[in-house]
Design a protein around this ligand. Structure first.
Ligand code: SF4
Length: 97
């Protein structure tokens, strides 16, 4: 899904009106994190929310069902995959005249 700065999706957020504390738990508070993730699982704008958070690394808390740690891991995996793709592309280019 393409990223844009449009935040209209937040109008449909399932977390609207819920306690902010649910989505900004301490890093060791696994129960609250699980509750937030369960809410996100049913949110109609989860994908847009996650993409927004992945493009705004300064954000804290749980967005799109992802904790900060989840987002860092996703970003790391995405960067590693991009590096592997570049190497594969370069190697393919060397084989094809
Ligand atoms: S995915 Fe979670 S954090 Fe994002 S808008 Fe929905 S309920 Fe809120």
């Amino acid at each position: 899904m393409r990223y844009d700065n449009d935040l209209d999706w937040q109008d449909e957020a399932l977390c609207r009106g819920l306690s902010v504390e649910i989505f900004f738990p301490r890093e060791d508070d696994e129960d609250t994190q699980a509750l937030a993730k369960a809410i996100c699982d049913h949110c109609p704008v989860r994908v847009k929310c996650a993409i927004y958070a992945l493009h705004n690394p300064e954000l804290e808390g749980i967005w799109g069902g992802l904790t900060e740690k989840d987002r860092r891991k996703k970003k790391r995996n995405r960067n590693q995959q991009a590096r592997r793709d570049r190497v594969r592309e370069q190697n393919t280019g060397m084989l094809v005249p």
